[in-house]
Design a protein around this ligand. Structure first.
Ligand SMILES: [Zn+2]
Length: 272
């Protein structure tokens, strides 16, 4: 089983010590796959520092010299890997960015290009803000040449001409739905579509139950090929439904997985 640890929301609001305190005890064994937003607009989302709550200013990652230096150093040591996590990550008319915002084709292409420019490496993965894409948002990400980590089925988001336009993909999706029903659960499989790949994920957050997550991980080990665990560094101190802090939950699951000889901790290159 491949295990990938995904951490969302690194952006101009992140301080190096925020990530350090969460991950320095494991980052030499487990690559931390950061979902990074290049031009963050803070808004009112969880994790926004108090002095920025409600701000509509664009905060470019490129202007954060200390954070950039820190990220580049850890990336070069294999401790961090990077995915694109939206462009502004703001909600538009209450909807996630890649559902409610306009100009998504440009934002996917330019967001990817900006991360590639800042870090001098290829970015091939997109993690949607709020884990949600519209059919157009999905199109934009694929057009920009990236794979996707989320649990939606693109063919199901499309209607009418959209469905006809991607008949080949609909066939592949249907085949996965069938093998999912009769074979390994889709929750543990990478899906290979004609123009992109898609990996599912499990969240460690306030609504999670640690016992249930461990059971899912066990099921994946005997039944699947990939277990992606998604969390937020800024939520590490909050409690899960089952009582433990999110940070403790993440560390427990990583330790548990590390005790199994057949588990391999991977970055995105290793995943795809
Ligand atoms: Zn996010």
């Amino acid at each position: 089983m491949k295990f990938l640890l995904r951490d969302d929301d690194t952006c101009a609001m992140t301080r190096p010590e925020d990530l350090e305190v969460c991950y320095q005890s494991i980052w030499d064994q487990v690559p931390i796959c950061l979902s990074v937003t290049p031009f963050r607009i803070p808004g009112r989302a969880t994790g926004v520092p108090e002095n920025l709550i409600g701000s509509k200013d664009v905060l470019p990652l490129a202007e954060c010299a200390a954070l950039l230096g820190f990220l580049r150093e850890q990336v070069s040591r294999g401790r961090f890997d990077l995915a694109l996590h939206g462009y502004h990550h703001n909600r538009v008319t209450g909807l996630p960015e890649f559902v409610g915002a306009t100009d998504l084709n440009r934002k996917a292409v330019e967001g990817r290009a900006e991360l590639e420019r800042l870090f001098g490496r290829r970015i091939e993965t997109f993690v949607p803000p709020n884990n949600t894409l519209s059919a157009d948002g999905f199109d934009a990400v694929i057009l920009a040449g990236m794979n996707v980590v989320n649990n939606q089925t693109r063919a199901r988001l499309q209607t009418g001409w959209g469905r006809l336009k991607s008949a080949a993909e609909t066939v592949v999706a249907a085949r996965y739905a069938l093998t999912g029903r009769f074979g390994a659960p889709l929750a543990f499989r990478i899906r290979h579509f004609p123009k992109y790949q898609q990996a599912p994920y499990f969240t460690v957050g306030p609504d999670s139950d640690l016992e249930n997550l461990e059971a899912q991980m066990q099921a994946c080990r005997s039944n699947g090929d990939v277990f992606v665990l998604a969390t937020h560094y800024h939520a590490f101190g909050r409690r899960m439904r089952s009582g433990q802090t999110i940070g403790d939950g993440v560390m427990y699951l990583v330790e548990r997985a590390a005790s199994w000889p057949d588990v391999q901790f991977v970055d995105y290159e290793g995943l795809w």
